[in-house]
Design a protein around this ligand. Structure first.
Ligand SMILES: [Zn+2]
Length: 279
């Protein structure tokens, strides 16, 4: 089964009134105002998964991770509703901000069929991934429920783009160090952190860490896949498109040219996700 691990969906009310929501959410405003920004309701990803030329069969979907937990709850309700409506196509994750009520919200969402947390935005939501006290408000419950967590990551170098934050690879390393038992997905190739898996101590510490490919065509050339292969990381890479920012077709040529074996391709395009999601 081919699975897209990184898809954003937005309730129609937020799509129509994003300016109102952006007033109190600076990171949301920053992304909304960017040239590349696109919103989609759940139905567009369903169309992409069902069409004649569909390249994927299932998607992991989540709402925008706001700073305000009330808004997180609102988008989580939308994800819950859509997962119920399209159980064969969608797997839903919930978003929360680290606060006293975060654990309850994650438990509520999991009670309604969601099976993970993310994509969370450390800087966008105003938390420090290296601050154990703060992150424990979320990670304790992920550990308890044994569910994966997707964290946004970005490269410390290269061109600027609206989602690029100042969170360092070191902060992410500390987050991983503090949470060895949680299955952590570092989005966008972990902001390049995966290159450091050639260091013995990182490889050891990052046993439960996965990396998704979201936004790869904007960031790396196609050699990224063969590099992952050379590094022996094919079992840790999850295909993620960052839909609706990028469509599935944008990735396929690079993956086809990557020199991956059929088996390695299957792992990245769905096998690893299937195992992680226990489906
Ligand atoms: Zn991201």
């Amino acid at each position: 089964m081919k699975i897209d691990f990184h898809v954003h969906i937005t309730p129609p009310d937020i799509i129509a009134n994003w300016k109102k929501y952006a007033e109190k959410e600076p990171y949301f405003a920053r992304l909304c105002n960017s040239r590349n920004n696109r919103f989609t309701a759940a139905e567009e990803i369903i169309t992409a998964l069902e069409g004649e030329n569909a390249l994927f069969e299932r998607a992991v979907v989540f709402g925008f991770a706001f700073s305000d937990l009330g808004l997180c709850r609102y988008v989580n309700d939308y994800v819950i509703e859509k997962v119920r409506q399209y159980p064969k196509k969608l797997t839903g994750f919930c978003v929360v901000s680290p606060c006293g009520k975060a654990a309850k919200e994650i438990e509520r969402c999991c009670g309604h069929g969601l099976t993970g947390v993310g994509e969370l935005f450390p800087q966008g939501q105003g938390f420090d991934p290296a601050n154990e006290k703060e992150t424990a408000l979320i990670t304790d419950v992920c550990r308890g429920l044994d569910i994966p967590l997707i964290l946004h990551a970005n490269e410390p170098v290269g061109h600027l783009y609206p989602g690029k934050t100042d969170v360092t690879l070191k902060q992410l390393e500390i987050f991983v160090e503090n949470n060895p038992e949680i299955k952590i997905v570092l989005a966008h190739w972990g902001g390049g952190l995966f290159f450091y898996e050639t260091m013995g101590e990182i490889k050891e510490k990052f046993k439960n860490v996965y990396y998704d490919t979201a936004a790869a065509p904007f960031l790396y050339d196609e050699r990224i896949y063969s590099i992952a292969k050379t590094m022996g990381l094919c079992e840790k890479i999850l295909f993620g498109s960052d839909f609706p920012l990028l469509r599935h077709s944008r990735y396929i040529t690079a993956i086809e040219k990557s020199g991956l074996s059929t088996e390695e391709r299957q792992l990245i395009l769905g096998g690893n996700a299937k195992k992680l999601l226990k489906i």
